[in-house]
Design a protein around this ligand. Structure first.
Ligand code: MN
Ligand code: MN
Length: 296
């Protein structure tokens, strides 16, 4: 990793931290998700960065991948996961936290479990662990507290303009004895009171350009040009397309999806429909040791 890349990662991390603090300060129970999404997006751009993906605002049994459209009336309630990505020149900081918006704080312990698992997994990095050791530590930390990790969601490597690159970092004790090379990684334990698996549910309203080609629709062409210029292959939201291109955006995005230009992300829903908590940080593994870019 050269100096410029290291600095860009650190800058992305520092901005992500500021956005997390801002998100914690503004999010209140019953705030419309679309308002939260717009404010977080604006904050990232005000800090001279860009979102690495549309902020994920996922409630209760939706573990990840939800972003509201502009018509969306969903309010912040229950167990809300806020997953934020920020990039500088394509170098990404990926970080998430959970908020308990119930009146009696019923998800407090579940939130603590994913946080503890994340901390334990990050502490372990000083010992150059195998993927098996990282996953086991996450699993044991969560199960000791009476919950289950989501076994088919995982941490991941990061690369320039790629949110998921290289290795996946399991949230359970897989038998993989690989160790992490130097590079950027996100660790993201999910804990649930349910069975601990997710499936693909309804639309997340999040898309990525996977196969850019000529398209006939005028709005579709404009959308393709705008988002490939702004985000390259990183994900974008239908919401931003609606704000930029108006009422034609929804149909145009659907057309691009049908033409095979866009990949459409699904919501990731817990199989037994039980609440899920998440915690995530990004760290750099360097020859000199680890640098966690999204913590204090
Ligand atoms: Mn994330
Ligand atoms: Mn991630």
């Amino acid at each position: 990793m050269d100096e410029q890349e290291l600095n860009d990662y650190k800058k992305a991390g520092s901005i992500a931290k500021q956005v997390v603090a801002y998100a914690k300060s503004i999010i209140k129970k019953d705030m419309p998700l679309v308002e939260i999404a717009q404010k977080i997006h604006k904050k990232i751009e005000d800090l001279d960065a860009l979102p690495a993906f549309p902020v994920n605002l996922s409630i209760d049994d939706v573990a990840a991948h939800y972003h509201p459209t502009i018509e969306d009336k969903t309010l912040a309630t229950g167990l809300l996961k806020i997953d934020i990505g920020v990039h500088i020149n394509g170098f990404i900081a990926d970080t998430a936290f959970s908020l308990d918006l119930t009146e009696d704080n019923q998800h407090k312990d579940l939130i603590q479990a994913s946080q503890d698992a994340l901390e334990a997994a990050l502490d372990l990095q000083n010992e150059n662990p195998t993927l098996h050791q990282i996953g086991s530590t996450i699993q044991e930390t969560i199960t000791k507290q009476g919950f289950s990790p989501i076994v088919n969601l995982s941490g991941h490597g990061l690369a320039q303009y790629q949110v998921h690159a290289g290795l996946t970092i399991p949230n359970y004790g897989s038998s993989n004895n690989h160790k992490l090379d130097t590079g950027a990684y996100a660790i993201e334990p999910f804990a649930t009171t349910g069975v601990g698996k997710i499936h693909e549910g309804p639309s997340s309203n999040i898309f990525a350009i996977t196969n850019p080609k000529n398209t006939r629709g005028v709005t579709a062409r404009k959308i393709l040009e705008f988002f490939s210029e702004k985000y390259q292959s990183l994900p974008f939201s239908l919401r931003e397309a609606q704000e930029k291109f108006g009422p034609m955006a929804r149909l145009a995005v659907r057309q691009l999806e049908q033409e095979g230009v866009l990949h459409h992300f699904a919501q990731l829903v817990e199989n037994s429909h039980k609440p899920v908590s998440q915690a995530e940080h990004t760290f750099l593994k360097t020859k000199e040791g680890k640098i966690i870019i999204t913590t204090k």
